[in-house]
Design a protein around this ligand. Structure first.
Ligand code: BT5
Length: 318
């Protein structure tokens, strides 16, 4: 989105403004204001000319402008109706020096999970990647996966979904009628997170947090074991959902203690018997805590183990 249109949206979000006042505030000609108002209309905004000035009376369902309109963070949005993978696009932009940008798509055709597993991302979902540059060493980056899980869970709960977190990167809906949540994986998966980064010894160059939420999609269109906001609670207003998610993420971003506290509150994994497949071994025991920057503490028969990476399965209680 061009900078004038972005500035125009920000002005319109705080109330009616006249054409001449906009031209002055944005330091552009009145013709340029008019052109950008027309561009917003093309994007689906209904912008009325009233005596008090321009008024936005309708916001499109989804898109860059729809999410930026009234967004309370500094992120810019790049929107695609369809893209291969928002993480791949984010990586391209990160390498080109872009920061604080969110790549958002309605559909992805080549998205991925961890270990290059396929991720299904049909139209109607919330597929996004946040590119930013925290002031921290690369080893701290996993904490942003936790922050993303918290932000997604909070936004999902506010949309009426009984979501909780499974370590390290899943947001699930745990079923209450079966003790194991209905599947051997511990529940039905609502969202997944894939964090990538580039950095040198002491400093991160960029972090890319990819978040995929099954929003307004029939779960029957998704892989077995998945659920969606539509199936759990009915369709959500995606632009508001994304705004909420980004605002919570942004609030937490620089506060690791707050991230860990919120994560513990939302976690379904803590207190459960778990089996974790790490790249080198299988660890079984009770998940007792999470530690900065994102490690799970597992109480095993041989003592406590701090597990940094792996696939986690929730086991039936013995
Ligand atoms: C993840 O991997 O859960 C991370 C998913 C990250 C997706 C986002 S979307 C925006 C951004 N752009 C990308 O290209 N990726 C990110 P993992 O823990 O490895 O889980 C992958 C497994 O989840 C697959 O093997 C399937 O079994 C299952 N799965 C695939 N699509 C799913 C979906 N839409 N909902 C629920 N489960 C799914």
């Amino acid at each position: 989105m061009n900078e004038t249109r972005r500035a125009l949206l920000a002005e319109l979000a705080s109330g009616p403004v006249s054409g001449p006042a906009l031209a002055e505030r944005l330091d552009v000609s009145r013709a340029a204001v008019w052109k950008q108002v027309e561009a917003l209309r093309d994007e689906g905004f209904v912008v009325e000319s009233t005596d008090a000035g321009y008024v936005v009376s309708e916001v499109p369902e989804f898109g860059a402008g729809a999410v930026e309109y009234g967004l309370d963070t500094g992120y810019r949005i790049e929107y695609h109706d369809s893209v291969g993978s928002t993480n791949d696009r984010g990586r391209e932009l990160a390498k080109a020096g872009e920061r604080d940008i969110v790549i958002l798509a309605d559909e992805q055709t080549g998205s991925r999970g961890r270990l290059r597993r396929a991720w299904s991302a049909p139209s109607g979902g919330v597929w996004l990647s946040i590119v930013f540059q925290p002031d921290c060493p690369p080893a701290h980056a996993p904490v942003y996966t936790l922050a993303a899980a918290v932000a997604t869970t909070r936004a999902a709960r506010e949309a009426g979904v009984d979501a909780s977190i499974k370590w390290p990167n899943d947001v699930l809906v745990v079923s209450t009628d079966t003790p194991d949540g209905g599947t051997d994986r511990g529940g039905r998966k609502l969202a997944g997170i894939l964090t990538e980064m580039e950095g040198e010894a002491n400093r991160v160059s960029w972090v890319l947090v990819g978040i995929g939420v099954n929003a307004n999609i029939d779960a029957s269109e998704l892989p077995a074991g998945a659920t969606s906001i539509r199936d759990e609670a009915g369709d959500v207003e995606r632009r508001l959902f994304v705004q909420r998610l980004l605002e919570v993420f942004d609030d937490l971003r620089d506060d690791p203690d707050a991230i860990l506290d919120a994560w513990r509150e939302y976690a379904d994994t803590l207190g459960r018997r778990v089996r974790i497949e790490t790249p080198t071994e299988t660890i079984e025991g009770e998940a007792v805590d999470v530690e900065f920057p994102g490690a799970l503490v597992v109480r095993t028969s041989e003592g406590d183990r701090v597990v940094h990476t792996g696939d986690c399965e929730h086991l039936r209680p013995v």
